[in-house]
Design a protein around this ligand. Structure first.
Ligand code: SF4
Ligand code: SF4
Length: 419
């Protein structure tokens, strides 16, 4: 029995608070799909009765968004996310990965292969995608059925030029390094463009470290700890000795992985040297909006864009990085802000969760859409490109393409231009 799992299991007092907040439980209403249920499953595990082989057991452990809402709500600090991560690891050790997750890991481990795959996908996109169904969504549906992707799924096309190909380090003695994350590097380069434009307007130099690897989050959350460790080591070795004040990580999930999960990962492998290195690097990792808020006079430069906006809190920004007020303060200077109900409820994306459980993922998103529409905002602003992808599609499905989506950095950039 893994001692760590046992410790988390013992800490749960069965109060059920996690049931009242879990977005998956809210839809499925079954105990095995919530943190308390996951913890009860461990009692079978401790007795040696847990069947990691059965599809049902795998379903219980993979039908979790790892949104950490239950972690935040738990009065006893039970490591409800740790339990799911470690149990998934055990499933992968015993039974291996699903085919597409194996392929994904192979690609994510090799930047050249990633670039090549992106290039091929870009060329093939002419044949694979329908014409943009809606230019405001900047996404298209597939013309043919591909394994693992529903035909009607809206997918944002890959950018013609990646962030790493577009930008190089700038300025004398820059004090920040930028880590865009794969979604921004390959797809949502416009969010990276916005951040670069803001930095130039504020006359701030930066480093673009082109040798950076994927942060490893998609494979770590799948339970593939071995490959996640390889990527984590590469990134730590790359950034650890950089003479910078901040490593600005544009994607909240990548930031959360690098800031909090890298050290946990090395702890699981009893690698004390890298636990310490990961903890040291974590001190420098920061979200771009928080960086601007804490270190510049950006508030004074923002002008009203005339837009009415609402804001969605990405899980890995509000809950893990505790960034909640900073984006709101800046948005209020750039637009008319209207708070939505349950702004911090997960959008249902959850990385590969939205591929494996698309219907459930969209059901969770549709509750969010109701809350967005009730605000009557013209624009939904958020700080994560995966949330933008998910909520853009959900707005489109709901027939509300008139509600636009923007990243907080894009709104700030528009506002700096004078609205
Ligand atoms: S909130 Fe925490 S202590 Fe309460 S049932 Fe859920 S996991 Fe257990
Ligand atoms: S991490 Fe999120 S989806 Fe998973 S059990 Fe907790 S609240 Fe539910």
């Amino acid at each position: 029995m893994d001692e760590r799992l046992k410790k988390e299991w013992e800490s749960c007092v069965k109060c059920g608070l996690c049931r009242s907040v879990c977005p998956v439980f809210r839809e499925l209403r079954q105990e095995p799909f919530v943190a308390r249920g996951h913890i009860s499953l461990l009692s079978d595990f401790i007795k040696g009765n847990f069947d990691f082989d059965s599809e049902k057991s795998k379903d219980y452990l993979y039908k979790c968004l790892l949104c950490t809402t239950c972690v935040e709500a738990c009065p006893n600090d039970s490591g409800t996310d740790i339990i799911v991560e470690l149990a998934r690891r055990r499933i992968v050790e015993l039974h291996g990965l699903a085919l597409y997750k194996k392929v994904m890991a192979k690609i994510l481990l090799n930047r050249n292969l990633m670039d090549l795959s992106a290039l091929s996908a870009n060329v093939l996109s002419l044949f694979l995608f329908n014409k943009n169904v809606n230019t405001s969504r900047q996404s298209a549906s597939l013309r043919i059925k591909l394994p693992f992707f529903d035909k009607d799924r809206l997918i944002p096309p890959l950018a013609p030029k990646t962030f790493y190909n577009k930008y190089k380090s700038y300025g004398e003695n820059p004090r920040i390094s930028i880590f865009p994350g794969c979604l921004i590097n390959y797809t949502y380069v416009k969010i990276g463009d916005a951040f670069i434009n803001i930095l130039h307007k504020l006359n701030i130099g930066y480093i673009v470290e082109k040798k950076a690897s994927c942060c490893g989050a998609p494979i770590y959350f799948s339970g593939n700890f071995d490959d996640a460790r390889i990527l984590a080591k590469r990134n730590i070795d790359l950034f650890y000795d950089q003479s910078i004040d901040y490593l600005v990580v544009l994607e909240p999930t990548c930031a959360s992985m690098m800031k909090f999960d890298y050290s946990k990962l090395f702890m699981y492998f009893d690698d004390e040297e890298y636990v310490q290195k990961a903890l040291k690097l974590a001190e420098k990792i920061i979200d771009p909006v928080k960086y601007l808020y804490d270190n510049t006079n950006i508030e004074e430069k923002l002008k009203d864009t005339g837009l009415t906006v609402t804001y969605h809190d990405p899980c890995h920004l509000k809950r893990t990085q505790k960034v909640k007020n900073e984006p709101r303060d800046l948005i209020k200077r750039a637009a008319h802000f209207t708070e939505m109900k349950e702004a911090d409820r997960c959008c249902g994306n959850g990385g590969t969760f939205s591929i494996d459980y698309r219907d459930l993922s969209l059901k969770i998103a549709s509750r969010k859409i109701d809350n967005i529409l009730n605000t009557k905002a013209q624009v939904l602003v958020t700080g994560c490109s995966a949330c933008i992808m998910q909520l853009s599609e959900a707005l489109h499905i709901a027939g509300h393409d008139e509600v636009k989506t923007l990243h907080t950095l894009e709104l700030i950039n528009q506002s700096l231009k004078g609205g």
